[in-house]
Design a protein around this ligand. Sequence first.
Ligand code: GLU
Length: 400
Amino acid sequence: MQLLSDALLRVQPSATVGISQLARQMAQAGTDVIALSAGEPDFDTPEHVRAAAVAAIGAGKTRYTNVDGIVELKRAVAAKFRRDNGLDVTEDDCFVAAGGKQIIFNALLATLNPGDEVVVPVPYWVSYPEIVRLAGAEPVFAQASQETGFKLTPEALEAAISERTKWVMLNTPSNPSGAAYSADELRGLAAVLMRYPNVHILTDDIYEVLVYDGREFATIAQVEPGLAGRTLTMNGVSKSHAMTGWRIGYCTGPREILKAMTKLQGQSTTNACSISQWAAVEALNGPQGFLTGWREVFQERRDMVVARLRACEGLDCLVPEGAFYAFPSCKALIGKTSAGGRALATDEDVVMALLEENGVALVHGSAFGLAGHFRISYAASDAELIAAMDRIEAFCAGVR
Ligand code: GLU
């Protein structure tokens, strides 16, 4: 009898998590590796947020909570969606889980059946299609490319929608490309979605606070309130407050879907960690001033990394508008040979050669659905980024 489930066998392992783990193992074994493979801020969780968690432990907030989150956090989430996104919601429209990934997991597993389709714009975050497949449904890829600024056009969206489409995934700013949709660009997509009343929208806004060059963040339910009744707007404190390890994601959306997610989560993790929830209350309600400084630091790092990537032989890079990733094309290196003698037949070969020969961990574009690219996270210290860029430049110069 087969040990593993058919559902698990349909799923690919996470490349972002896998390469980061490989880089950690290499470092533990004494290899000099700079890991720019996982996307997480290198800043510490702000002091006032950590203090709130310590206070929660002291006050004995250590028991199970409501499945969908403590009322105080759902109120803070609702206030955030009203304040920052103009969404007309109360705490009864909000839901909390152990990270953004669990929000997506709950929403898709609670709603998808075999034969259902989910439109996933390319390039996508590695986990979207795999969660769709785990739920027994089919991802349908809507193509974007460097030529469209890695953005989905209304035409490409419409071409991907069928009678079986249950969800359309959106992600702005995007992981892996850093593309951030303007309100106008979202209006163009919303006009298409208004014509398909059975389609739901799941928007992953986890990089909301990281938009650069004075851009304004926009989310689809805000620019087209006519879609709010079928949009799940997902966010979290991982990226905004450097709280990746605390595992707090949240969302607002149709109550029927939130109720289904509550039923599912009640049979899995029950609730997100109680201490983390109290910390997230402080993160959302407390001072947000530090974000301006973080954004400036990320923008400076972006500028440095993009300039250096552009100067590398064989690489070509758009300026990302948000998040903390750059997604250069390495197509000109493909078909060549690395200085260490590896045949570079694919973007994955490029990334593995860079890791093994030059000690920089990145993630290949094909893991995000777009071959011929790689993703570099610039959520790392200046010293690490400069050293990594020196190595990438040396690697490219050595390719023959
Ligand atoms: N979102 C981050 C990334 O893409 C964290 C790793 C993951 O869960 O994929 O690197």
